[in-house]
Design a protein around this ligand. Structure first.
Ligand code: TXE
Length: 473
């Protein structure tokens, strides 16, 4: 099956050059066919979005939330079809694709419920006869550019709170895996004003044009640091609000564990989930020296057992890398690790078929200065470093530019206290890997994020503007 969608004003903008997506497990198979959005159409796209945003903002809040919820229910009914699209274009297993959609729906429902909570406060006044209030309004037109690794989760994380709080969205899904977002957009027809949810297609050229368009009131982006900086600069030209969720070089410190086997299970799960193509994926394990032998052996044994293959097939636990470009990036990072002197413990053969497969790869003897310890690989590649004291562990953990998530295994209160106070990351996990709940803020510091988190209670700061109201009777 090849996904294709028609140009539809107010929904899909694809009047330009044709581009195709492929199945990364079988790269000679075309998975989807799309037309790039013509930049000369963008003024129309933004004008339609503005009109729809105004109409939607005037719709009572609880009605907006009910309509958004009704759309989410249709997505839930369509889980199988959307999961198929995710696996076909991006490669993850069907089970993981279903899991992605179901988790996204939990986040989305939390975001919708949040929009029915207080949107202002009454404040005391300094002056007689005045009533002071704060209140919030929808931000307006939101531009969203999303990556290929979670074709439903990342768009929905931006769309659901935006709609529930009263905004219009112009979404550019990744050129690698746009089908799932298109299926969700088709399901939205009839619930929202014409033009409230529009999709544009293409890569960096279209991304730059929408994020720098003067019609954007807010720009939300998930992707690499380099592109994030370009998006920040583009949005700054119009002083649009930004929300950037960028990469990570997430570490897990193994200090002590009552059950070391369970701890190693979590480390490996954290490293390999979504083929390691996860911004919160564990890519460094920092092990107290006396545990290093047991941890290395345990990780290697588990990695060697993983069944890598076509995500459509039963029994497969990890699919291919999402694209040829990304496969090459991961291969280059593995090669650099070898050149810099790290010891490759697993993953010697990458060949599980004609697709973009990389076997789970563990490097030991990694030192903090190596590229494997500093740069995001975004694949099933785990670097093991050792340390002698918790001071040293925290110093290594914090020595990278990124600050997305960090984890610690320890039952010592003093070590846990230091970790939650000093670890340089937005999301902190004690005695489990970096797995998240649907009601918590998704937050990065340092190079991993700018602006309000996209989920959790503080997301309202991106999706609305705050106003100070003084009423004199
Ligand atoms: O990312 P890009 P790429 C990291 C990961 C990966 C590396 C490169 O380390 O190896 O980035 O991946 C769109 N304005 N992450 O090249 O370029 C682009 O079309 C607006 C981590 O795929 O950031 C795509 O839709 N948008 C990350 C999206 O940005 C632009 C997820 C991501 O592409 C644009 C993905 C522009 N000027 C990669 N240029 C995470 N945090 O989860 C491109 N895009």
């Amino acid at each position: 099956m090849t996904y294709s969608f028609d140009q539809r004003e107010g929904l899909f903008w694809m009047g330009g050059d044709i581009f195709e997506t492929v199945n990364p497990a079988q790269p000679d198979t075309v998975a989807g066919r799309y037309g790039e959005t013509r930049t000369e159409d963008l003024d129309t796209v933004f004008a339609l979005a503005r009109k729809a945003a105004n109409e939607w903002a005037a719709t009572p809040g609880l009605q907006r939330q009910a309509l958004t919820e009704a759309w989410l229910n249709l997505i839930e009914d369509a889980v199988e079809g959307i999961a198929h699209a995710i696996t076909l274009e991006m490669g993850k297993t069907l089970g993981d694709a279903r899991g992605e959609i179901l988790h996204s729906l939990k986040e989305a429902r939390f975001a919708v419920a949040e929009a029915s909570r207080p949107i202002g406060e009454v404040m005391p006044s300094a002056r007689a006869g005045l009533r002071n209030m704060t209140m919030r309004r929808p931000r307006g037109v939101i531009v969203a550019s999303t990556p290929w690794n979670y074709p439903v989760l990342t768009p929905l994380r931006k769309l659901a709170p935006a709609f529930a709080h009263g905004n219009a969205v112009i979404l550019k899904p990744s050129e690698v895996s746009p089908a799932a977002a298109c299926l969700m957009a088709e399901l939205a027809v009839g619930f929202f004003p014409h033009g409230l949810f529009q999709i544009v297609f293409g890569a960096g050229r279209v991304g730059a044009a929408i994020t720098g368009h003067p019609g954007a009131d807010g720009v939300t982006f998930t992707g690499s640091v380099a592109t994030g900086k370009a998006v920040y600069a583009a949005a700054a030209r119009n002083l649009a609000e930004v929300q950037l969720e960028l990469g990570g070089k997430n570490g897990i410190i193994v200090h002590d564990a009552d059950d070391l086997d369970a701890c190693i299970d979590e480390v490996v799960a954290g490293a390999l989930e979504n083929g390691g193509q996860r911004c919160t994926g564990i890519s460094r394990v920092l092990v107290q020296r006396k545990l290093a032998g047991a941890v290395e052996e345990g990780i290697a044994a588990r990695m060697n057992r993983v069944c890598v293959g076509n995500g459509m097939e039963a029994g497969v636990e990890m699919g291919p890398m999402a694209s040829q470009a990304h496969f090459r990036r991961v291969e280059a990072a593995i090669a650099a690790g070898g050149t810099e002197g790290a010891r490759r413990v697993t993953g010697h053969s990458n060949k599980a078929g004609p697709g973009y497969f990389i076997r789970p790869t563990l490097f030991a003897d990694v030192t903090p200065g190596m590229s494997l310890a500093r740069e995001e690989v975004f694949g099933p590649v785990l670097s093991m470093l050792t340390y002698d004291s918790i001071d040293e562990a925290l110093s290594i953990l914090n020595s990278v530019d990124y600050g997305l998530s960090a984890a610690l295994y320890s039952n010592r209160n003093d070590v846990v206290q230091r970790f939650v106070t000093e670890a340089g990351a937005g999301m902190l996990h004690v005695n489990h890997q970096s797995s998240i709940d649907a009601n918590m803020p998704f937050v990065g510091i340092k190079y991993s994020g700018v602006g309000a988190p996209s989920i959790g209670r503080s997301a309202i700061n991106f999706h609305t503007t705050e106003h100070a109201v003084y009423i004199k009777s």
